[in-house]
Design a protein around this ligand. Sequence first.
Ligand code: ADP
Length: 452
Amino acid sequence: MFSKVLIANRGEIALRIHRACREMGIATVAVHSTADADAMHVRMADESVCIGPAPASLSYLSMPNIISACEITGAEAIHPGYGFLSENATFVQVVEDHDITFIGPTAEHIRLMGDKITAKETMKALGVPCVPGSEGGVPTIEEARRAAKEIGYPVLVKATAGGGGRGMKLARAPQDLERAFSTARSEAKAAFGNDEVYLEKYLGRPRHIEIQVFGDGRGNAVHLGERDCSLQRRHQKVFEEAPSPVIDAETRARIGKTCADAIAKMKYAGAGTVEFLYEDGAFYFIEMNTRLQVEHPVTEAIYDVDLVQEQIRIAAGLPMSFSQADLVPNGHAIECRINAERLPDFRASPGTIQAYHPPGGLGVRMDSALYQGYVIPPYYDSLIGKLIVHARTRDLALARLDRALAELIVDGIDTTTDLFRALLDEPAIRSGAYDIHWLEQWLAEVAGTEEA
Ligand code: ADP
């Protein structure tokens, strides 16, 4: 096992990884930008290294600075968390060239799944059902027209390098296609430096259901059921639950096995998420994330596992600590992403935390790097905490969420806490009858915000 791990991230996820290491007797190295010198992840870690100025491109994304921090401190492995360099195949290669272990899959698997066109082709060949779409990329508007006609409108133009909902444009009818095609391409070029796009059938009312998988890199793999992440704003998840209100045990076992078998054949190592849209009882693969997900705690709650410790075990060459037969879900878990944003327009709300009181009690977990007096810097994303509740049934989990939200105090900035309190009064949330468009429609109608 490693004796020292460097955590190449910040905020709640850096703290989450530190906690996993600490329980395993592994010393931690935090890295931070000058803007994060006082951050909680820096205070908690055994050692810390400043890796550059505030902009992420000069610090959290600086490969030479992170490698240097490893060499100075003698860390043997790097955990990337999510975002930043977590799905950067070049970084993995650089790390390995320096005889440091990357806690995650191989560069080859990251590259394969990082390109959505090759990801779909690979998964299709492995027997995973995919969204109907173009055969590979569509380089010209003529080819886009031909493909769209074959697929049938409405179609979605998607960037093969896409992420975070960017580079995705809807064409409801033929006259929309040219605009969708050119804006998706220019958005993708600007955001990812790659303007390749492909087309997909646009599903009208699907749910977003994703399967957590885990492989040992030697051809063994398991699944840990699904997470339902259908509550989204601008293609970004805001509330996740496990199990999904619409997936039964038989369906879970079937799609779970399809995914586990696929990643076993690839000899995939570590944690991964196979994302699907689910409509009328059918699953359609959209992408695979080759890292830990923000919403991993809901899976941890119902399967009683520590996914970060499991990632570290696999990276250290140990076998998985569970087999498929050990993985029996228990109860229901829900996560709310608490953002430093002002309602109703979701404008970023950085500033100083005047008071912070996290909720507690049975079945409540608050993953957050907040503390009283902390100054939220304006340079990074607005996630300031994840509130996760776990209870025997979905109804009990909703009741627990309601009381936990009422206990949460974050003074000094605006947060999205009240959004969740309002959502808990909605019949569609209480019954679980919502799809990926529900939240934006609700925001437009009920909350009166301007949504697409
Ligand atoms: P990203 O990598 O940018 O997050 P994804 O491919 O994972 O992009 O899609 C993000 C979200 O966009 C999905 O959860 C879903 O809400 C929506 N989406 C993606 N593909 C489709 C589709 N074919 N039809 C309808 N909605 C889609």
